[in-house]
Design a protein around this ligand. Sequence first.
Ligand code: ADP
Ligand code: MG
Length: 260
Amino acid sequence: MLEIQNMTVCYQGQPAVKNFSMRLQAGEIVSLTGESGSGKTTVIRAVLGLLAGGGRVTQGDILLDGKSLLTNTPEEWRRLRGTEISMVFQDSGAMLNPIRRVGDVFTEYIRTHSRMPKAEAWKRGVSMLEQMHLSGGGSIMKSYPFQLSGGMRQRVGIAMAMTFRPRLLLADEPTSALDVTTQAQIVRQMMELRDEYGTSILVVTHNLGMAAYLSDRIIVMKDGQAADSGTREDILGGGRSSCTRELLDAVPSLGGVRDA
Ligand SMILES: Nc1ncnc2c1ncn2[C@@H]1O[C@H](COP(=O)(O)OP(=O)(O)O)[C@@H](O)[C@H]1O
Ligand SMILES: [Mg+2]
């Protein structure tokens, strides 16, 4: 469903991602991993059409169901983002306004993407939270972000992102700010979403253990390029590139996430 073809992305004329290609099939989970600064975030922000710092796709194409996203008008983006394609960030809590109740932000989010009346949007929020196994969705809706743990805030962020059952979920280090147990819960929930809704997921993580647990395929990035890619068995088996082996050496225990 998603295809990136020979994409180069530059910030102020400097290439950050070079000649990068990948495909994501419906219902597939692919991880982008690799050292810090290797271009992972740039790839997924390019897909969402939200490059920071004046970043631009200078070469190649990004196709969703065969249609280029690069030629989207702002109106087309408004229709796609949040509904067909949505994104989860490292700290979704930061997306929630600290001085407003979670439920007010959640209902407003729903209402920017649909014509749902307020009361119905609120109920929809509660049911999405419950689908994320956050019990007492109603009381979470009435809470302020600081009253929730980081893991709960992150699940609120994922619940929001999943409201319209997007076909494509982009997640940038969705568990990096969390403790290992919460990480494992969130990873399992993302896999459940894929199983239930057939959502395709492109997840950025520097945690190779998590990538291995979660994904069907792993792409290892280095200096803005795909240094290696394959099934998790290929990559965990040592991959083809020395940079995959360096990453493997840096992981203390690959069993960590799976056993947690
Ligand atoms: N907003 C920006 N302005 C200028 N350069 C950037 C910006 N964001 C990222 N870069 C550069 O692009 C490269 C890749 O960064 P990034 O995609 O954030 O990597 P990763 O997510 O793998 O850590 C880095 O060299 C970084 O300095
Ligand atoms: Mg990043």
